[in-house]
Design a protein around this ligand. Structure first.
Ligand code: ZN
Length: 298
């Protein structure tokens, strides 16, 4: 069913097929909606007095290692390999390429990887002691998740817009709860039929089942879900996540009193929100309800 919506998005030119499931070019109209969503999220967080940071799609490999992502989601990660050979290996590379062989097998893993979550590259820059009251950041980032799908809401490459708190446990819980409410208001204000649910992340393997059940039992993470097209199941378009001391330990971050820092983040999936808007209000943003348009483009 999701492929019908996908076909409409491709036929209208809003998304451009790259030949790989879950990887798209985006039209100027699509990006205009993305910018409107980004601006709305930014304006919802002006009271946070957050430091703004933009990160690229590629991160240091040690960040991926220390983030815990290899333990929880090895099936979704991506790392970057490069060519480091000489003339002989180059000749073999070209020979394999010519016969459609596995040329990538001749590459060497580099010291960079693809970013899995927009807030991950932030944490190493916060190692050490945080100021009293903690630190808030507004983070823009590109993410990769290896989950090829025909559902346009499940892209392999997408952007996340986050507000991140680093500090003490009470501050982290308050950040998660404030933004859960705020993101539900923001998204329902765009005419989206949203619901807040306890998250059920697809942790990998047998050990992952334990991680998933403790995540649910401790209600660490909530998602705002919305139908991104009339025929599909609801998809998370925003999530509000309390990480306990996970990143504080992994990246040696301390709160002002010297305890291990606790962190929380809210993430807005700007492509998914854009798709939810297109699915709800139609493929031509020019015809959307004026209340929605004035919020996105005041
Ligand atoms: Zn995050």
């Amino acid at each position: 069913m999701t492929t019908d919506f996908r076909s409409e998005l491709l036929a209208s030119g809003l998304l451009v097929d790259t030949g790989v499931d879950g990887l798209y070019g985006r039209s100027g109209t699509f990006e205009k909606v993305v910018r409107g969503v980004d601006d709305l999220v930014t304006s919802a967080g002006t009271d946070q007095r957050a430091s703004v940071l933009h990160f690229p799609a590629v991160i240091a490999r040690h960040v991926l290692e220390r983030s815990g992502y290899l333990r929880s989601f090895p099936d979704l990660l991506g790392s970057v390999s490069v060519f480091e050979g000489g003339d002989d290996l180059h000749a073999e590379l070209l020979e394999r390429l010519a016969r459609g062989g596995n040329w990538a097998g001749l590459l060497t893993p580099s010291d960079v990887a693809l970013c899995s979550a927009a807030c991950h590259p932030l944490y190493p820059s916060c190692s050490g002691r945080l100021p009293a009251g903690g630190h808030r950041f507004e983070v823009f980032g590109h993410c990769f998740r290896h989950e090829p799908s025909l559902d346009p809401a499940r892209m392999q490459a997408f952007r996340m817009h986050e507000f991140v708190y680093l500090g003490d446990p009470d501050g982290a819980v308050a950040h998660r709860d404030l933004w859960l409410e705020r993101s539900a208001d923001l998204l329902s204000g765009l005419g989206l039929a949203v619901d807040a649910v306890i998250a059920n992340d697809p942790f990998f393997g047998r050990a992952g089942q334990m991680l998933a059940s403790s995540q649910r039992a401790e209600t660490l993470k909530y998602e705002i879900v919305c139908v991104t097209n009339p025929d599909s199941q609801p998809t998370a378009i925003s999530s509000s996540n309390y990480h306990l001391d996970h990143f504080g330990i992994g990246f040696k971050i301390e709160s002002a009193n010297g305890d291990v820092a606790h962190t929380a983040c809210v993430g807005f999936g700007v492509e998914r929100i854009t798709l939810a808007l297109l699915g709800t209000h139609g493929l031509d943003p020019g015809t959307w309800p004026s209340g929605v348009r004035s919020r996105l483009w005041p």
